[in-house]
Design a protein around this ligand. Structure first.
Ligand code: MG
Length: 174
Protein backbone atom coordinates (compact mmCIF):
# COMPACT_ATOMS: atom_id res chain seq x y z
CA UNK A 1 0.00 0.00 0.00
CA UNK A 2 1.26 3.42 -0.87
CA UNK A 3 1.57 5.78 2.06
CA UNK A 4 -0.16 9.11 1.76
CA UNK A 5 2.52 11.73 1.54
CA UNK A 6 2.24 15.42 0.97
CA UNK A 7 4.89 18.03 1.21
CA UNK A 8 3.87 21.42 2.44
CA UNK A 9 4.51 23.77 -0.50
CA UNK A 10 4.55 26.79 1.76
CA UNK A 11 7.33 25.23 3.85
CA UNK A 12 9.35 24.58 0.68
CA UNK A 13 8.92 28.19 -0.48
CA UNK A 14 9.84 29.50 2.97
CA UNK A 15 12.97 27.34 3.17
CA UNK A 16 13.99 28.56 -0.29
CA UNK A 17 13.79 32.21 0.74
CA UNK A 18 15.60 31.56 4.01
CA UNK A 19 18.46 29.67 2.38
CA UNK A 20 18.95 32.27 -0.33
CA UNK A 21 19.24 34.90 2.40
CA UNK A 22 21.64 32.75 4.46
CA UNK A 23 23.85 32.33 1.40
CA UNK A 24 23.94 36.10 0.85
CA UNK A 25 21.55 36.44 -2.09
CA UNK A 26 18.85 39.12 -1.83
CA UNK A 27 15.94 39.62 -4.22
CA UNK A 28 17.40 43.08 -4.92
CA UNK A 29 20.64 41.42 -6.13
CA UNK A 30 18.68 39.30 -8.60
CA UNK A 31 16.55 42.28 -9.67
CA UNK A 32 19.75 44.17 -10.48
CA UNK A 33 20.78 41.35 -12.81
CA UNK A 34 17.37 41.51 -14.49
CA UNK A 35 17.77 45.26 -14.94
CA UNK A 36 21.25 44.70 -16.39
CA UNK A 37 19.82 42.23 -18.93
CA UNK A 38 16.84 44.32 -20.04
CA UNK A 39 17.82 47.98 -19.65
CA UNK A 40 19.00 48.38 -23.26
CA UNK A 41 15.75 46.98 -24.65
CA UNK A 42 13.40 48.92 -22.37
CA UNK A 43 14.85 52.33 -21.45
CA UNK A 44 11.86 53.10 -19.20
CA UNK A 45 12.25 49.84 -17.23
CA UNK A 46 11.81 50.34 -13.49
CA UNK A 47 13.60 48.49 -10.73
CA UNK A 48 10.18 47.67 -9.20
CA UNK A 49 9.23 45.72 -12.34
CA UNK A 50 12.45 43.71 -12.04
CA UNK A 51 11.78 42.99 -8.37
CA UNK A 52 8.20 41.94 -9.11
CA UNK A 53 9.36 39.62 -11.89
CA UNK A 54 12.00 38.01 -9.62
CA UNK A 55 9.28 37.44 -7.00
CA UNK A 56 7.08 35.72 -9.61
CA UNK A 57 9.90 33.39 -10.68
CA UNK A 58 10.62 32.66 -7.01
CA UNK A 59 7.06 31.33 -6.62
CA UNK A 60 7.77 28.38 -8.90
CA UNK A 61 8.30 24.94 -7.46
CA UNK A 62 10.99 24.10 -10.07
CA UNK A 63 12.95 27.06 -8.72
CA UNK A 64 12.53 26.00 -5.08
CA UNK A 65 13.75 22.52 -5.91
CA UNK A 66 16.83 23.75 -7.76
CA UNK A 67 17.73 26.31 -5.05
CA UNK A 68 17.43 23.80 -2.19
CA UNK A 69 19.32 21.06 -4.03
CA UNK A 70 22.06 23.39 -5.25
CA UNK A 71 22.67 25.06 -1.91
CA UNK A 72 22.74 21.67 -0.18
CA UNK A 73 25.46 20.43 -2.53
CA UNK A 74 27.43 23.68 -2.15
CA UNK A 75 27.27 23.35 1.65
CA UNK A 76 28.38 19.71 1.61
CA UNK A 77 31.31 20.66 -0.64
CA UNK A 78 32.17 23.54 1.70
CA UNK A 79 32.25 21.08 4.62
CA UNK A 80 34.25 18.52 2.62
CA UNK A 81 31.48 15.95 2.94
CA UNK A 82 30.92 14.91 -0.67
CA UNK A 83 32.38 11.65 -1.92
CA UNK A 84 35.60 11.84 -3.91
CA UNK A 85 36.09 12.68 -6.72
CA UNK A 86 32.81 14.67 -6.68
CA UNK A 87 34.10 16.60 -3.64
CA UNK A 88 37.07 17.95 -5.60
CA UNK A 89 35.00 18.69 -8.70
CA UNK A 90 32.34 20.72 -6.88
CA UNK A 91 34.81 22.34 -4.47
CA UNK A 92 37.02 23.53 -7.32
CA UNK A 93 34.11 24.38 -9.64
CA UNK A 94 35.70 22.10 -12.22
CA UNK A 95 35.10 23.39 -15.74
CA UNK A 96 34.17 20.02 -17.21
CA UNK A 97 31.71 19.14 -14.44
CA UNK A 98 28.74 21.08 -15.89
CA UNK A 99 25.94 19.61 -13.76
CA UNK A 100 25.55 22.97 -12.01
CA UNK A 101 24.67 24.52 -15.39
CA UNK A 102 22.33 21.67 -16.28
CA UNK A 103 20.46 22.13 -13.00
CA UNK A 104 20.14 25.86 -13.67
CA UNK A 105 18.65 25.09 -17.07
CA UNK A 106 15.75 23.34 -15.33
CA UNK A 107 14.73 26.85 -14.25
CA UNK A 108 15.41 28.60 -17.56
CA UNK A 109 13.44 25.91 -19.42
CA UNK A 110 10.22 27.18 -17.94
CA UNK A 111 10.55 30.50 -19.82
CA UNK A 112 11.46 29.40 -23.34
CA UNK A 113 14.36 30.12 -25.65
CA UNK A 114 14.88 33.77 -24.72
CA UNK A 115 15.69 32.48 -21.23
CA UNK A 116 18.57 30.43 -22.62
CA UNK A 117 20.01 33.45 -24.42
CA UNK A 118 19.79 35.61 -21.30
CA UNK A 119 21.30 32.88 -19.15
CA UNK A 120 24.27 32.36 -21.47
CA UNK A 121 24.91 36.08 -21.63
CA UNK A 122 24.82 36.71 -17.90
CA UNK A 123 26.88 33.57 -17.19
CA UNK A 124 29.60 34.89 -19.46
CA UNK A 125 29.72 38.46 -18.07
CA UNK A 126 29.00 37.62 -14.40
CA UNK A 127 27.85 41.06 -13.25
CA UNK A 128 26.91 42.08 -9.69
CA UNK A 129 26.10 39.27 -7.27
CA UNK A 130 27.41 36.66 -9.73
CA UNK A 131 30.91 38.08 -9.45
CA UNK A 132 30.67 37.90 -5.66
CA UNK A 133 29.41 34.30 -5.72
CA UNK A 134 32.23 33.36 -8.07
CA UNK A 135 34.95 34.74 -5.84
CA UNK A 136 37.12 31.75 -4.96
CA UNK A 137 38.97 33.44 -2.08
CA UNK A 138 36.31 33.80 0.62
CA UNK A 139 36.08 30.13 1.68
CA UNK A 140 32.47 29.87 0.49
CA UNK A 141 31.51 27.46 -2.25
CA UNK A 142 28.76 28.56 -4.63
CA UNK A 143 29.40 26.21 -7.55
CA UNK A 144 25.67 25.51 -7.90
CA UNK A 145 24.18 28.70 -6.52
CA UNK A 146 25.85 31.08 -8.98
CA UNK A 147 24.24 29.29 -11.92
CA UNK A 148 20.88 29.09 -10.17
CA UNK A 149 20.89 32.81 -9.37
CA UNK A 150 21.85 33.58 -12.98
CA UNK A 151 19.00 31.35 -14.15
CA UNK A 152 16.46 33.03 -11.87
CA UNK A 153 17.51 36.45 -13.21
CA UNK A 154 17.49 35.23 -16.83
CA UNK A 155 14.00 33.81 -16.31
CA UNK A 156 12.71 37.00 -14.70
CA UNK A 157 14.18 39.00 -17.61
CA UNK A 158 12.50 36.70 -20.14
CA UNK A 159 9.23 37.04 -18.30
CA UNK A 160 9.43 40.83 -18.66
CA UNK A 161 10.26 40.53 -22.39
CA UNK A 162 7.30 38.23 -23.02
CA UNK A 163 4.91 40.46 -21.10
CA UNK A 164 6.08 43.64 -22.85
CA UNK A 165 5.66 41.93 -26.22
CA UNK A 166 2.15 40.79 -25.34
CA UNK A 167 1.26 44.30 -24.20
CA UNK A 168 2.63 45.87 -27.41
CA UNK A 169 0.59 43.45 -29.53
CA UNK A 170 -2.49 44.19 -27.47
CA UNK A 171 -2.07 47.93 -28.11
CA UNK A 172 -1.67 47.38 -31.87
CA UNK A 173 -5.07 45.73 -31.95
CA UNK A 174 -6.83 48.77 -30.46
MG1 MG B 1 28.75 27.09 -11.37
Amino acid sequence: MQMAYSLNSEAVAKATHEWLAKRGVKREDMAELVFFLQKDYYPDLKMEECLASVDKVLEKREVHNAVLTGIQLDLLAEEGKLLPPLQEMVYNDEGLYGIDEVMALSIVNVYGSIGFTNYGYIDKLKPGILKKLNDKHDGEIHTFLDDIVGAIAASAASRIAHRKQAKAEEQQKV
